[in-house]
Write a protein that binds this ligand. Sequence first.
Ligand SMILES: [Zn+2]
Length: 112
Amino acid sequence: MSTKTSMTTWFTVYSHFVEPLRGPMFRTKSPYPDILPPDIRVLLGRPKRYWQKDVVERVEEDEKKAAEKSKKMQAEGVSKALRKGIFIHCKICGAVAHNARTCPWKPTDGGS
Ligand SMILES: [Zn+2]
């Protein structure tokens, strides 16, 4: 780019200048409606009210949901297999109160 061209360009660009206004009351009023900000869109993700709950509140809610579920299952006649009522028996003597590892009748192999 030559010096003459760049100076000519400079003069062309700076031949006009924008006069500063003294305030909004001196602006010319546009005939078009005002430009408003876009509507706020709720983006995808976990809803705010779920991740803001504290631990106690969540546990209470989970218990409530579980109770409702079991009640519903009972009403429908659906039963769930539970581990309740199953007793561990000793493999060696068959007693209920202990397991094979703590059995008093466990044969000792002389040490270890
Ligand atoms: Zn035993």
